[in-house]
Design a protein around this ligand. Structure first.
Ligand SMILES: N[C@@H](CCC(=O)N[C@@H](CS)C(=O)NCC(=O)O)C(=O)O
Length: 217
């Protein structure tokens, strides 16, 4: 009997996006078959609004055409449908700790995205105060990540999980977008953690790649 191939889920991404990377890493760590759809959500021809009213990526498109967004919900969905290997522990308070690190890491990424987008606006529209505000969030976020990790191997408990994926993606993104920021010297244990994460196959396959985005007004 000929086997009918199951249609794979599709993940709409942008190649530099740390949020998309988080979802991609989860898919790879769980060995879930999927197809990648490349998008540039800042450009007028973006496909994102057809799948997410907020016009943001990542979006997971399921076999029935329905969408799951944003990266946090995508990971919850994957965890529910493909429980192994677990990215979240059973203990409810440990789960909260994972989500806290995820929120902190995503907040760092939000600030870096805003800085990147600000840099794409016409020079006369760019605000130095706004940039300073976002830089302060990145600095405070990195300081807190370093404090939470301490000298531990993983952020929560004894196993790699969501917190580590989220923090690893944020650190990789900061290194690419804010290459002048010498956070590795300030936080050597965090830098060693980032190196360990970048060596995982799921991270090696999802290195951030810059995209050409149109000027934003
Ligand atoms: N909280 C969202 C953030 C997603 C996000 O900000 N994506 C950016 C790309 S890195 C985007 O699509 N921005 C387009 C826009 O804001 O119009 C998530 O975790 O998925």
């Amino acid at each position: 009997m000929p086997q009918t191939a199951m249609p794979a889920m599709k993940l709409v991404i942008a190649s530099p996006s740390p949020f998309a990377r988080k979802a991609r890493v989860a898919l790879i760590e769980k060995a879930i078959p999927h197809d990648i759809v490349m998008d540039i959500p800042w450009n007028p021809d973006t496909a994102a609004p057809a799948h997410n009213p907020l016009g943001k990526i990542p979006v997971l498109i399921l076999d029935d055409g329905s969408s799951v967004y944003d990266s946090r919900v995508i990971i919850q969905y994957l965890e529910a449908i493909y429980p192994e290997p677990a990215l979240l522990p059973a203990d409810p308070l440990q789960r909260v700790s994972h989500h806290q690190v995820e929120a902190l890491s995503d907040g760092i990424c939000d600030a870096v995205v805003l800085l990147t987008v600000e840099g794409k606006r016409k020079a006369k529209l760019q605000s130095r105060d706004w940039a300073t505000r976002q830089h302060a969030k990145v600095d405070a976020g990195l300081r807190e990540l370093a404090r939470l990790l301490g000298e531990n191997e993983w952020f929560v408990g004894e196993d790699m999980g969501l917190a580590d994926i989220a923090a690893g993606c944020a650190l990789g993104y900061v290194s690419v977008r804010l290459s002048d920021l010498d956070w590795c010297r300030a936080y050597p244990a965090l830098a060693a953690f980032s190196d360990r994460m970048e060596q995982r196959p799921s991270f090696q396959q999802t290195r951030p790649v810059p995209q050409e985005i149109a000027e934003i007004s």
